[in-house]
Design a protein around this ligand. Structure first.
Ligand code: AMP
Length: 681
């Protein structure tokens, strides 16, 4: 077989298998075979890129990232729906339609809680996909939509133009998995599948969207050039025949049947792979729709029924407290198991002490529960009439239930936190922060490795990292000998990051990168900082009374003192690297060359001397830096010959201001032959 036929055959087999898997949910090929064939197709496409077709399954993995989304005008507007909230309103709707149209049939279908998109095909090939936007103009998210496997790239019929409308969603199981992973990595969680889908579809990098495994259900034919249909049901059957996954619908005549179907759909929501935020009732006959028409925003021929959030009472058997990664104590009620909106609920968050006080929730109470955003159970109210005798108001514990350290309420909020620096609940987050790039910058010590180290009992404080051996690390999963060696080296190298970064890495509340620098510049050593009182701290610009109080508190705690002692033992530098003002250039020799635009020569010389440095007229091995302005000549060449680092004027100015040369990216246009060498120090 020649390569063209082989590629065509592979595409066809893979697309057929994809359709069976993603659209019909009836796989016919093993993952192993699929991956194997896909690899073969990728190889052939790499050899013959001119043969890549738009329907190739390889085009679904996400191409190059975009800078922004283009706007797209919808030829047929993407309308909204009129909401109704009761069976009576459904009856009213049916009556209105009956009066206008006589005998009417209705299509009743689930309302998928996702994002509306329009998909446009030309001559049977997927051309473009756009979000709803304001209904008339949306955003072009074609590349992201290509990664949605259940969207066909090529249709069997080659109509000149076809536009369909569908709802993109993140399947519930994918959502739960994604959030578990995000939690594991210490990332912010998505509130619900809808937000997760929206966030994914608006990624500028389609590769990220591809990983989110979005799905779609198509529910409307917006435009089909060259075909006519008489009912909604017919259009949906047609779309099915073209390979789309459609929203299931039932065609019914009577308002009572419609209401019964709405109830049935509501009860079946648990079995659906998507979240449902209502039921949609539509007039089925397309010419009937044209007769009643639309208002400015919504069609008159359809309504969206919104289910009231289900509420159920249950008895509080206990109140337990969890400690999150940030040390916040979160109280939860444990309730007798109760079935609510599709799942069995056994507990609900109580947020914080203020929430408990406001509702006066006690162990033994009967509370009414509902699911916020259909997902997280919450307490709506306490049924005080049912309160048994002898209950007492609930107060959060005074010590952390995980480590026993005292707890403390935030100075600026309702959260209560554990103060224990070694609290296992906080340890993972603290360690990951300690090693992160802007803190101690320990390469290869990410969240997954930290988790393993904690689980293996090898690390209980950040200081323990410095006592790890190659053998300790090599024993971890997925850690080879070489990576263990690299990790030990990276940990050792981080000893010299200096007080600036160390202060930030310690995770003292409100001490970020900037405060770390300011404090280090002022105190120079950790011990000097530790002795400073509130007054001295607040006298420093940029340090407010709350930050000062947090610093004092941190420094005074026995756990922190132990940590600092151990870090010192490990040889971690407790001194500022940045030279203090007036001494930044001590021991350095500068040579100025070319025309400087920001400083006059003698000004620059004075500034160098004011920082304890020397300015010299000629380049030698002893020169620390050459500062090169416009048209720099022989001195710059000499610097290059001797491998003396060259600074632009801006970089020189930044150094004067106390920044390290490496803090700034090199200039876009380096002088002369571009031999800037900041990467070397
Ligand atoms: P709303 O945004 O509340 O006005 O609701 C209208 C939205 O519901 C539409 O923009 C669609 O994106 C979405 N929707 C979900 N499922 C359906 C469905 N089966 N029929 C019509 N619209 C639907």
């Amino acid at each position: 077989m020649d390569y063209k036929s082989e590629m065509a055959a592979l595409r066809q087999t893979l697309n057929e298998a994809g359709y069976r898997y993603y659209v019909l949910d009836d796989p016919t090929m093993s993952d192993y075979d699929y991956d194997h064939m896909l690899r073969r197709l990728e190889e052939l496409e790499a050899e013959h890129p001119e043969e890549i077709t738009p329907d190739s399954p390889t085009q679904r993995v996400g191409g190059a990232a975009l800078e922004s989304f283009q706007q797209v005008e919808h030829p047929v507007p993407l309308e909204s729906l009129q909401d109704v909230f009761s069976p009576e309103e459904v009856d009213d709707f049916a009556q209105r339609m009956g009066e206008a149209l006589g005998d009417v049939q209705y299509s009743v279908e689930p309302k998928v809680d996702g994002l509306s998109v329009a998909l446009e095909y030309r001559d049977g090939v997927f051309l473009r996909g756009a979000t709803r936007g304001d209904g008339r103009v949306g955003e072009d998210v074609t590349e992201n939509l290509r990664t949605v496997q259940s969207i066909p790239m090529v249709l069997p019929d080659k109509l000149p133009r076809l536009i369909v409308r569908g709802e993109v969603f993140m399947p519930k199981n994918v959502f739960h998995k994604l959030n578990r992973q995000r939690e594991e990595n210490g990332e912010a969680l998505f509130a619900n599948p809808r937000n997760a889908a929206a966030g994914s579809l608006r990624q500028l990098d389609p590769k990220i969207c591809a990983k989110r495994l979005l799905d779609i259900r198509v529910f409307n034919l917006q435009l089909a050039e060259g075909r006519t249909f008489s009912t909604h049901g017919e259009t949906i059957d047609y779309l099915k025949s073209q390979g789309f996954q459609t929203i299931p619908h039932k065609v019914l005549r009577e308002a009572a049947e419609v209401n019964a179907e709405i109830v049935r759909l509501g009860d079946s929501r648990e079995e659906l792979p998507f979240d449902m935020d209502g039921a949609v009732v539509k007039v089925d006959n397309l010419s009937d729709r044209a007769v009643v028409g639309s208002t400015a925003k919504c069609p008159r021929w359809a309504i969206a029924y919104k289910y009231p959030p289900e509420r159920k009472p249950s008895r509080v058997t206990d109140i337990v407290v969890q400690v999150g990664r940030t040390g916040v104590l979160t109280p939860k009620v444990v309730v007798e198991p109760v079935r609510l909106a599709g799942t069995t609920v056994t507990n609900a968050t109580l947020h914080n002490q203020d929430f408990i006080d406001e509702k006066d929730i006690r162990i033994g109470d009967t509370v009414v529960l509902q699911k916020a955003g259909e997902i997280i159970p919450e307490v709506v109210e306490v049924l005080k009439d049912l309160r048994p005798e002898g209950t007492v108001p609930y107060h959060l514990p005074a010590v952390c239930p995980v480590c026993g350290a005292p707890v403390e309420r935030d100075l600026d909020g309702a959260a209560v936190r554990c103060t224990g620096a070694e609290c296992p609940a906080q340890l993972h987050r603290n360690l990951t922060h300690f090693a992160s790039r802007d803190a101690m910058d320990i390469d290869g010590m990410g969240p997954a490795v930290m988790r393993q180290l904690i689980d293996a009992g090898l690390v209980k404080t950040a200081a323990d990292l410095y006592f790890l051996t190659e053998q300790d690390l090599a024993g971890l999963e997925r850690m080879g000998k070489k990576s263990a060696q690299n990790a030990v080296d990276a940990i050792a190298a981080s000893r010299e990051r200096g007080l600036e970064r160390l202060l930030y890495a310690l995770g003292i509340r409100q001490v970020g990168e900037k405060a770390g620098k300011v404090l280090a510049a002022h105190f120079r050593t950790f011990d000097a900082l530790a002795q400073a009182g509130l007054e001295e701290l607040t006298a420093i610009g940029d340090v407010g009374p709350t930050t000062a109080a947090y610093i004092r508190e941190w420094v005074a705690s026995p756990q922190s003192q132990h940590l600092i002692r151990r870090l010192k033992e490990a040889g971690v530098s407790m001194e500022a690297v940045q030279q203090p003002a007036g001494e930044r250039f001590r021991g350095m020799t500068f040579v100025l060359t070319g025309t400087l635009s920001r400083f006059k020569r003698d000004e620059a010389t004075a500034l160098i001397e004011a920082q304890g440095g020397k300015a010299s007229g000629s380049v030698s091995k002893k020169t620390t830096y050459v500062v090169a302005g416009e048209n720099a000549g022989s001195k710059l060449r000499k610097a290059n010959e001797l491998s003396i680092p060259v600074l632009t004027e801006d970089q020189f100015a930044a150094m004067l201001a106390g920044e390290e040369p490496g803090d700034r990216p090199p200039e876009e246009k380096p002088p002369e032959d571009g031999q800037l060498r900041f990467d070397q120090f």
